[in-house]
Every structure is written in C-alpha cells, then in structure tokens.
Write a protein that binds this ligand. Sequence first.
Ligand code: TYD
Length: 148
Amino acid sequence: MVRFDENKGFSRHKLDRIMNIEIIDIPKNEKKQGNIAIIENNTVPFEIKRVYYLYDIPSSAKRGGHSHKSIQQVLIAISGSFDVILKDGISSEKITLNKPDKGLLIKNNIWRELENFSSGAVCLVLASAVYDEEDYIRNFKEYLKSKK
Ligand code: TYD
C-alpha cells in the first residue's frame, strides 16, 4: 500500500505486514551524472534533533538490541546493505535495507536488532531527540514487560 501525505510532504509506503512498518521514500534528484537524495524538515514525520551513522561494521556484528521509550528514528542504508529485525512484543519482522533513497521509520517502543552488514555498509540514523541513555530499554524481558 502506498500513501502520499501532501500536507506533511513525505511519501510513505505502509508495508502490508502484521506490524506497522513504514518505508519513507526520500525525495531525490536523479541525473546521468549521479543522484542526490534530499532530507529536509518535512521528509520525516518528526523534527530531526540528531544524526549519526554506523560504519566500519564487521559482517558478524549485531547492533541495536534495544527499544526507545519515546525516541523515533529513521534508518537509511546510505551504502551497502543490512537487515533490521523489528519486534513489537507480538510479531517479528525482518527488513533488508539496501537503497540510499529508502528510510525505515522506527517509532518508539519497537525493539530493533541490526545484523548481516555488507562490506562497506553505512547506516545513517535520523533521531527525534539527542542521545539519552534513559530513553533506552536494553533488556528484552524488560521490553516485553513494558508492553503489558
Ligand atoms: P547504541 O545506541 O547502543 O548502538 P547500536 O544500537 O548501534 O548498537 O550505542 C552504542 C554506544 O554509543 C553506547 O554506549 C552509547 C553511545 N552513543 C552515544 O554516546 N551517543 C549516541 O548518539 C549514540 C547513538 C550512541
């Protein structure tokens, strides 16, 4: 299912799965000479307060392994590919990110694990708040309890 919300200006695909997973189409300028993907204020459904990126990630590495109480994030495979496993306490979904113009929106209270990084993979993260360790739940049992 594809939805374009003209008011907010961002284009989102709702994947037809059990969990409410949304892929954001990042607007781009495509030319023979190469492409530009453009993230502006209205590209994602929250105000961006922090940008960080994971790089030089060994292929055997497992990242994530936590949820956020209130922070929302958009993950983009700026280069290469990796898998994101999302859990909401009921279902689990694996999404492969491998396109620099697609962003995976992870709302708050979703457990995420990142794995299977390709050589040279870079994961860009746009976050709705600055770093706050208090916002993390890093224990899956605790996460499940928080969902009850
Ligand atoms: P973490 O978010 O657990 O990484 P990942 O989910 O990618 O595996 O962060 C790893 C460490 O880096 C942790 O000790 C906190 C620190 N960190 C910051 O200081 N600021 C940040 O913005 C981020 C994302 C992490």
